[in-house]
Design a protein around this ligand. Structure first.
Ligand SMILES: Nc1nc2c(ncn2[C@@H]2O[C@H](COP(=O)(O)OP(=O)(O)O)[C@@H](O)[C@H]2O)c(=O)[nH]1
Ligand SMILES: [Mg+2]
Length: 366
């Protein structure tokens, strides 16, 4: 049933300096959208978030560390209490189980982690609790490693990426970040404003397009004219073919998995994209908000059933102290782990990174 695309190639890190996107403290949809009077107006650029070291490796690690600081404070504090000394006994395992569960790690992943830990304790004859921290980190890296399947966009031209997910998870924002990311790799990008439900969504993407010097195929700005998301994305793919564009990023309207007519609609959007280009979309990216905890797992299942999700983006890891949701996703599909393509660790344009299991675990607690 799962169709998670497995790519072995690791894309290069973006090396452009951070350009901020519009700042918004609210995550509610209506307030989160920048709404310029007209799309041709110049867009004000807020001050960049705190600057990071420029080398790729350190910049990646420090971004993730910064983004996961809430998780680290929460989890790190509890674990260091637990691992500070004493012997390894049933009480310790029980306490560890509680800590992991409350960090959104989920039942499956928590049990897998504990089982691995017990095996390691036995195999290496560990007796002291201080030795467990390293063992837990290693178990977590092993659990999360299979999720790290970077996206290879070189297989098709244009490479068409359809973005989907529930409302307010960060779809449109992630498209902006991805546009910048791909551009920094020397690729040309075209955006399709396929969220035709809200005029503001169109404006939000237009703003992004202007800021990044990227063409946006958008519906008519006349609110009285009804536009069809499938038709917009269809046009965008054709336009990208004609212009020799490398990557098409197609936005779609948010929807709940229980809104069956909207789930049918998104299936149609996907089918129509396939008419513009036989194998398209080449990637169906599901965007998940890390704050939704265990509900993220439900969303993966429902969207995958409808669309055949090939990759995930997990956003807003900076806004939660429960970064363990990544482990929950891994624990849910031990046989066929989904491809976690990118993680979002902030609102800045540079705050979306390819997932790296080791850097992630080290940022969770150390
Ligand atoms: N802190 C934080 N905020 C984010 C992140 N990704 C998106 N957001 C914010 O989430 C809100 C909703 O994003 P939007 O892209 O409009 O969601 P959409 O409805 O899925 O398109 C906006 O205020 C974004 O700035 C992230 O990684 N971290
Ligand atoms: Mg949106």
């Amino acid at each position: 049933m799962f169709s998670f695309f497995k790519s072995k190639k690791k894309p290069a890190e973006p090396n452009e300096s951070a350009i901020p996107e519009s700042e918004s403290t609210s995550e509610s949809e209506s307030e989160s959208i920048p709404e310029p009077e007209s799309s041709s107006e110049p867009v004000s650029q807020p001050t960049p978030p705190e600057s990071e070291p420029k080398t790729e490796a350190t910049s990646f690690a420090s971004k993730i560390r910064l983004g996961l600081s809430r998780t680290r404070q929460n989890l790190g504090k509890q674990l260091s209490g637990l691992f500070s000394g004493g012997k390894i006994d049933e009480d310790l395992y029980e306490e560890l189980e509680t800590i992991l569960l409350t960090a959104d790690t989920g039942v499956n992943a928590t049990h897998q982690l504990l089982e691995n830990l017990r095996k390691q304790v036995k195999k290496e004859d560990l007796t002291d609790a201080t030795q467990l921290k390293k063992a837990l980190q290693e178990s977590l890296i092993n659990l999360l490693e299979p999720l790290a399947q970077p996206l290879d966009t070189t297989t098709h031209e244009p490479f068409v990426i359809m973005i989907t997910g529930v409302n307010g998870v960060g779809k449109t924002t992630s498209i902006g970040k991805l546009a910048k990311y791909f551009q920094s790799q020397g690729k040309s990008v075209l955006l399709a404003a396929g969220d035709t439900f809200r005029a503001a969504a169109r404006e939000q993407l237009m703003t992004w397009g202007e800021r990044n010097n990227v063409t946006v195929i958008a519906p008519d700005s006349d609110p009285n004219k009804k536009s069809d998301p499938a038709a917009i994305i269809f046009d965008a793919v054709n336009s990208a073919k004609a212009r020799g564009i490398d990557i098409v990023l197609a936005d779609t309207a948010g929807r709940l998995t229980t809104q069956l007519h909207l789930m049918e609609e998104i299936k149609k959007v996907k089918r129509v994209i396939g008419k513009a280009m036989p194998d398209a979309p080449h990637e169906v990216l599901l965007v998940l908000d890390a704050n939704t905890g265990q509900n993220a797992v439900t969303q993966v299942q429902a969207f995958d059933e409808a669309l055949g999700v090939t990759g995930l983006i997990l956003t807003k890891l900076d806004g939660t102290a429960k970064g363990g949701v990544v482990a929950a996703i891994a624990g849910q599909y031990p046989q066929d782990p989904p491809a976690l393509r990118f993680v979002g660790v902030g609102e800045g344009i540079d705050d979306l990174r390819p997932f790296d299991a080791k850097a992630f675990v080290e940022a969770m607690f150390d």
